[in-house]
Design a protein around this ligand. Structure first.
Ligand SMILES: [Zn+2]
Ligand SMILES: [Zn+2]
Length: 118
């Protein structure tokens, strides 16, 4: 089991089962939502996710039609996103315990075309 929390610790959660590799996404929405050059996401079946505390601290922003980014209203930590087109799947922001950050768990998604010869 993996556990995670937001920066202010109001939102706490557990994830059961094995995790897929971390997806590193640097699309413009993820960069802005994360405040950095990329976001780290892990798709998790909703049935494996347990919100331990902080349900009243969660708020969401629909960043594109049908896609909601859920974050802590107190500290702003991104918690997960979900898409109407993918019911039952949460894309957890990889803020969880250090156990998640093992070598080989990373998968880079690139939407940037490299210049020729560059
Ligand atoms: Zn918080
Ligand atoms: Zn993205």
């Amino acid at each position: 089991m993996y556990s995670g929390q937001c920066l202010c610790a109001k939102v706490r959660f557990h994830i059961e089962g094995n995790l897929e590799p971390i997806q590193v996404c640097h699309c413009s929405q993820c960069r802005r939502a994360q405040g950095g050059p990329f976001a780290t996401n892990i798709p998790v079946d909703e049935s494996c996710f347990t919100l331990v505390s902080g349900a009243d601290s969660l708020t969401e922003f629909e960043s594109s039609p049908g896609k909601r980014r859920v974050f802590c209203r107190t500290c702003g930590s991104p918690i997960y996103s979900r898409k109407d087109a993918l019911p039952g799947v949460l894309r957890i922001r990889a803020v969880c315990s250090k156990a998640i950050f093992r070598p080989g768990r990373w998968r880079i998604f690139s939407t940037v075309l490299e210049p020729a010869g560059g």
